[in-house]
Design a protein around this ligand. Structure first.
Ligand code: DNO
Length: 350
């Protein structure tokens, strides 16, 4: 595996120089964060990003994400044009020599939390989700987004989107995903890029919007839609692990998807469930997900793709620091990286 770390570009307070000092980290996961959804990326811009990362002694192992415009998810009349732009971006990524693209198919809202600063017993702060608090944060979430969201919506736009999604049930959403994959997978294959869909986070419908990539079974269905090695998944343990029906099966799911040759990117983090649709993120070693078993499954399958620690808590001097992107500070993600690396060594060294 290629131990990697997310970096938001030059505006990220966590610098490449700092990331390079984390033992074992060789890769960077990033994107052209300044471009809105629907705009085709140029190979020059991706090459410039790659060179920036390489100048710091690291490799650009994955693009996370090329945002999928709402028109594609809704199946609107301009979806051909939007899919062409997405394909052009994939070609640009391939031409720049970056092998993996992560993306998601969540309507309107990307990953969602109701609190960015839930206090934990040890005095640190973590991202958390409590279903009962969702409506209180709806508009702030939609307009401001959370770290890594590549799209946010003004209130009018939001009303229009909700009205449009009222016509799209789960099966239509699957049809739209199938339509999209039929167009983009052959392009990815030709460009030498592996596509890796990210599961919906949390893995259940929010605000009555249809969400489809909500389980490891859904991952298999995505892979079946277009049967190509370029059509794979981002195995995110924190997203799927928030569902009590799924958490114990994650090591077996990782083994199955890796054996299918479709597990292209791993997001490893932990969560603890506190009640029904109520969970908090935790330090990588301390939660409901057995990351040791997931790493063993990946190691046994010979996984050689990018793997990154996912969100971290805010700890030490990062607590209360408004310059820290919630979930994406340096310290706890670095601890997560060294933990994951240690598990990998334990699983692979005799
Ligand atoms: C959250 C991330 C997501 C992810 C996208 C992938 O921290 O895991 O924002 O990047 O959903 O498209």
């Amino acid at each position: 595996m290629q131990l990697s770390f997310r970096w938001y570009g030059d505006g990220d307070p966590v610098t490449l120089d700092a990331i390079r000092q984390i033992p074992g980290v060789v890769g960077i996961v990033s994107a052209l964060h300044d471009l809105p959804p629907g705009v085709a990326w140029s190979a020059d811009a991706v090459v410039a990003l790659r060179q920036r990362v390489e100048a710091a002694g690291l490799a650009l192992t994955c693009i996370e994400s090329i945002p999928v415009p709402e028109g594609i998810k809704l199946g609107t009349d301009d979806r051909e044009r939007l899919a062409d732009a997405w394909c052009a971006s994939v070609e640009a990524v391939g031409a720049a020599g970056v092998p993996v693209v992560c993306y998601n198919f969540m309507p309107v809202f990307d990953w969602t939390r109701t609190s960015l600063h839930r206090p934990l017993a040890d005095g640190s702060e973590a991202l958390a989700y409590v279903e009962g608090e969702l409506s209180a944060v709806e508009e702030a979430l939609a307009s401001g987004g959370l770290p890594g969201w590549m799209d946010a919506h003004a209130p009018d736009d939001l009303r229009r989107l909700f009205a449009a999604y009222a016509e799209v049930d789960t099966e239509r959403m699957w049809d739209h995903l199938g339509w999209f994959l039929e167009r983009v997978v052959p392009v990815a294959e030709a460009a030498g890029v592996r596509l890796a869909i990210h599961p919906d986070d949390p893995p259940w419908p929010l605000f009555g919007l249809p969400r489809v990539v909500t389980s490891a079974d859904a991952f298999d269905r995505v892979c079946d839609l277009v049967d190509s090695p370029a059509n794979g998944v981002t195995f995110c343990t924190g997203s799927l692990g928030a569902d009590p029906a799924q958490v114990a099966g994650l090591p077996a799911d990782a083994a199955r998807l890796a054996a299918r040759g479709r597990l292209h990117f791993a997001h490893l983090r932990n969560v603890r469930r506190l009640g029904v649709r109520d969970f908090t993120e935790t330090a990588h070693p301390d939660g409901d997900v057995d990351l040791n078993a997931v790493i063993r499954a990946l190691a046994e399958a010979g996984f050689d793709g990018p793997l990154r620690p996912d969100h971290g808590r805010q700890i030490w001097s990062e607590r209360g620091d408004p310059t820290v992107r919630p979930g994406y500070g340096l310290f706890d993600r670095a601890l997560g990286a060294t933990y994951l690396r240690g598990l990998w060594e334990g699983a692979t060294r005799s």
